[in-house]
Design a protein around this ligand. Structure first.
Ligand code: S3P
Length: 437
């Protein structure tokens, strides 16, 4: 998939099953590998990041099988128990996956062997001190590549007996929280994490499903270590709201559109996008179904229609709740009446690329009135974009956001370097082709 080309459409119509959630799929591999017994996951996301997670645990002796059925995948993991992993024979290449690297780090810190984690050029530039620091205070011995006071991959991890800690998280990050909680499973005593805002809670939900000793009170999560996890027989992984976002916004922006997305994940920590879009005037609705809302990860169908959008201001806290949807929200803002402000989005600078730079560069090239002041984004809705050639900057969400921008633009939009879409949403173009008119 070297280039994606898109041009103005008349509308979006139809329905499709939401692609499985990437965050939950990665946790499925990681947590099931640590459990006693076999787990089957229905609707697993077969994407590049999840394949890296599977490969890493296979290197540590875990039996993992992926079966494709029509367009869905089933995952079978035969867990090894908390301390049953084998020492990998060579370094584990985590590719582009920040979530896998940061979560796996917490597990390796407490194993009785030494290991090395490396990544591609982008992951090698992503900060790891955020996980290394709390792990060190639990007794971990981790060495990263030092540069300007930050630590980067590759990471060498010498497994140690860990001690539980009480950690006041200085950043808003589900990856850091998950890393500390996973290390806490292996540690002596209790490990407690206190967050500034409640970030996505997929780790906590999955640990509960595996009968971990975990307690959650508001923004405080506590696990007791050294209690084996017990594999539930079967879990269903719902759709990924961050992937749905591209099509929800495309349908809202395109005229004469009516779209239904089936089995979209509705975890309360992942649906800020829906309320933001409602604030922007988008006609988006959840079609409630009691059974699916009671699942370990709730889900339901979503419907969306063409809408007239108005600008919105997103505060730093809003930003934490829709961090992965910000690139596509920038596209929506170009078509909203008024000036949209996205404030305090510094975390976007340390994703797969600097997403502030990527989106400002690309959308400006397409004629948008967008600028950034420090870590804020200011976008004046002009209601029009034109086709041009842009780059993904190696980032899947930038690539897909610009593809959607192209569906609304006059002339042809060419997005270069789009292999990265496979990181989270290999079916993106197929789904797009099936619903556009
Ligand atoms: C993720 C958490 C978020 C998100 C990333 C996936 C996760 O990162 O941006 O795509 O699965 O925990 P941070 O926790 O670093 O904000």
């Amino acid at each position: 998939m070297p280039n994606i080309k898109t041009a103005k459409i008349r509308g979006i119509n139809g329905e499709f099953f939401a692609p499985a959630d990437k965050s939950i799929s990665q946790r499925a591999v990681i947590i099931a590998a640590l459990a006693k017994g076999r787990t089957r996951f229905d609707n697993f996301l077969d994407c590049a990041d999840c394949r890296r997670a599977m490969a890493a645990f296979r290197q540590m002796g875990v039996d993992i099988r992926l079966e494709k059925k029509n367009r869905q995948a089933e995952l079978y993991v035969q867990g090894k128990g908390l301390f049953g992993l084998s020492a990998p024979k060579k370094e584990m290449d985590i590719g582009n996956s920040g979530t896998t690297m940061r979560l796996v780090c917490g597990i390796l810190a407490g194993q009785p062997f030494e290991s090395k984690l490396s990544g591609d050029a982008s992951l090698s530039k992503r900060p790891m001190k955020r996980v290394i620091e709390p792990l060190r205070s639990m007794g971990a011995v981790i060495k990263g590549r030092l540069k300007d006071g930050q630590e980067y991959p590759p990471l060498t991890i010498k497994g140690m007996p860990l001690q539980g800690i009480s950690y006041n998280m200085p950043i808003k990050s589900a990856q850091v929280k998950s890393c500390v909680l996973l290390a806490g499973l292996l540690a002596e005593g209790r490990t407690e994490v206190l967050e500034m805002v409640k970030t996505r809670d997929h780790t906590e939900r999955m640990l509960k499903a595996f009968q971990a000793d975990i307690r959650i009170k508001g923004r405080r999560v506590c696990v007791r270590g050294k209690k084996e996890l017990c594999a539930p027989r079967r879990l269903f992984i719902p759709g990924d709201m961050s992937s749905c976002a591209f099509f929800i916004i495309a349908a809202a922006l395109a005229p004469k559109s009516r779209l239904r997305i089936k089995n979209a994940g509705l975890n309360p920590t992942r649906i800020a996008l829906l309320s933001i879009l409602k604030r922007m005037g988008v006609e988006v609705n959840v079609i409630k179904n009691k059974n699916s809302l009671e699942s370990f990860e709730p889900y339901a169908d979503i419907s969306v229609k063409s809408s007239r959008l108005k600008a919105v201001t997103l505060t730093e806290n809003d930003v934490a709740y829709c961090i992965d949807e910000l690139p596509i929200l920038c596209v929506a803002a170009c078509f909203a009446e008024g000036t949209t402000r996205i404030l305090g989005a510094a975390e976007l600078r340390v994703k797969e690329t600097d997403r502030i730079h990527a989106m400002v560069t690309n959308l400006k090239k397409a004629g948008a009135d967008i600028r950034n002041v420090r870590n804020d984004l200011i976008i004046k809705g002009t209601g029009a974009l034109h086709g041009t050639t842009v780059d993904s900057f190696g980032d899947h969400r930038t690539a897909m956001s610009m593809a959607v921008a192209g569906l609304m633009a006059e002339g042809e939009m060419v997005i270069r370097n789009t292999e990265c879409v496979n990181k989270s949403f290999p079916e993106f173009m197929n789904i797009m082709r099936s619903i556009i008119n």
